[in-house]
Design a protein around this ligand. Sequence first.
Ligand code: X2X
Length: 340
Amino acid sequence: MKIRHILAALACTAATVAVVPAAQAAYKSEYKLSIVVGTSFPWGQGAVIWSDLVRERTDGRINIKIYPGTSLVQGDQTREFTAIRQGMIDMAVGSTINWSPQIKQLNLFSLPFLQPDSKATDALIHGEVGKDLFGYIEKAGVVPLAWGENGFRQLSNSKHEVSKPEDMKGLKLRVVGSPLYMDTFSALGANPTQMSWADAQPALANKAVDGQENPLSIYAGAKLYDVQQQYLTLWNYVSDPLVFVVNREVWKSWSEEDQKIVREAAIEAGKREIEIARKGITPQDPSLLKEIESHGVKITTLTPDQHAAFAKATEGVVEKWTKTIGEDLVQKARDAIAAS
Ligand code: X2X
């Protein structure tokens, strides 16, 4: 009898432990989600969709608050990934460019003229390359869940039309945080200067710099036509995807059921975000281009020959950075794009 009682008591303790894992008690009242731009941009919309889906489907157990402007790292987007890893940021929808200083393989998307079109980008993110890159993010200590898109980055400036590499001479251009961009724009003869997006906007407004490069949704959303960025060159030279991620400790603190909800919501939000990001910039639907043009912007679309001249001028950059990214990964990407 006695032994039976002891066994029953032990079983009871084990059951209690199994039913109420310690982790569940550790849910935070709010999870901080970082993004670089505001919630009206496609990128921000992706974050809003993700947060709303998660809040609804977890009955408020996971309550996400969005912090635009990379405000959790004082606007310094190149420090965002480290802050996610260290837990200052719980979740993020971040650009591969901003996390490239920590994960060198993410520079893949910034190799000039690697991705000719959205089909190529899709082949990368939804194929083996995407899986490999998620592996690197995971290894760096952060849990990747889904892909989104910032988009094909186009060049704008306040000085003159740019249709050939020679037109870049002397243009003072703001570039993003990966040193690859310094190399690309130096190779093209421009005068690049690295700064955060937060600093870029006043720098464009007060003419400290002549131009910048960003997807059209960012150009239009930030109303860069209002700060005399009236020359816009569509050259599709790189396209940066977004990644939906969660800090590892936060992820481990959630029940399996909630992890599944958060992952599925990220995938759904990513899909919808990509659709939003690609709106208005295609021959079938040029509405965003038309809107930009209506502000007096001169839009230059490169001919195939002009495009090739830019690609040729940046060949050395591709060669140099392929070594940093990894020859195998770049080859895998080229094969996936060729088959797309
Ligand atoms: O800083 C930029 O240019 C932006 C907003 O596109 C990124 O965060 C990569």
